[in-house]
Design a protein around this ligand. Structure first.
Ligand code: VGL
Ligand code: ZN
Length: 195
C-alpha cells in the first residue's frame, strides 16, 4: 500500500522576498502549485476535498523576535520569520491548502535552532512525524526552502524515521547554488529520491 503526502517546508515570505530571500524562490512556489494541481486533477476543485485524498502539511519557521539564531542575538542569520509578521506567513497562493491541524511550527524556543520540520508542532501539540504516522503515510514528497537547511534536515529526519522520501527538485529554493547542489547529491546518496 502506498499512501502519499506532501510536506511544504518554509514557503514563507521572509524566504521568498524578505530578509532571507532565497534563490529560485518564486519559481519554486509556482512549481509547487503546479505539482499540487497535477496530483489533484479530477478530484473536484474545493481545497477541502483535495486535502482529503492528498494531505498537504506545512512547516513554518516561527521565531520569537529575540531568537538566538539572529545576528543581533549572537546567531548567524538576519532576523526572519518572526511570529506575527508578514515574513512568517505562508505564500498567499499556497495558504488555501493550509489547515491548522496540518501546520507545524518550529524554532519557537528562542534558545534552540531547529532546522528540521520533523519535530515541528501544530496548535494541538502534535508533531509532523506523529501525524504522518497517524495517516499511515508511506511516501512523503518534500518541497520548500532552503535546500541546504530546513529542506535537507526535514528530508533526512523523515528518511531516518522510515518514510520513503521524494524531494521535488523543481520545487526548492536555496541560499547558495553550489550548496544546494551539494546538499541534493548528499541526500541522494542517503537514499532520498530526487524527482
Ligand atoms: C532556515 C535559515 C534559518 C530554513 C531557517 O528554513 O532553511 N534557514 N532558519
Ligand atoms: Zn530560522
Amino acid at each position: 500500500m502506498r499512501n502519499n503526502a506532501l510536506v511544504v517546508v518554509d514557503m514563507l515570505y521572509d524566504f521568498i522576498d524578505g530578509s532571507l530571500a532565497c534563490l529560485n524562490a518564486d519559481a519554486a512556489v509556482k512549481a509547487t502549485l503546479r505539482y499540487i494541481d497535477s496530483q489533484t486533477k479530477g478530484q473536484g476543485g474545493e481545497e477541502h476535498e483535495i486535502l482529503d485524498t492528498f494531505p498537504i502539511l506545512f512547516v513554518r519557521d516561527h521565531h520569537p523576535a529575540d531568537h538566538s539564531s539572529f545576528m543581533e542575538y549572537g546567531g548567524t542569520w538576519p532576523a526572519h520569520c518572526v511570529a506575527g509578521t508578514r515574513g512568517a506567513e505562508i505564500h498567499d497562493e499556497l495558504k488555501p491548502y493550509a489547515r491548522e491541524e496540518l501546520t507545524f511550527d518550529k524554532g519557537c524556543d528562542k534558545a534552540v535552532e531547529q532546522y528540521s520540520g520533523f519535530e515541528g508542532v501544530n496548535t494541538a501539540g502534535q508533531s509532523l512525524g506523529e501525524i504522518l504516522e497517524l495517516m499511515d503515510t508511506t511516501d512523503v514528497y518534500v518541497c520548500g526552502i532552503a535546500t541546504e537547511f530546513c529542506v535537507r534536515n526535514t528530508c533526512e529526519d523523515l528518511h531516518k524515521a522510515g518514510f520513503r522520501v521524494h524531494l521535488l527538485k523543481e520545487c526548492i529554493a536555496y541560499v547558495d547554488h553550489q550548496g544546494h547542489q551539494k546538499a541534493v547529491e548528499e541526500m541522494a546518496a542517503k537514499g532520498i529520491s530526487i524527482e
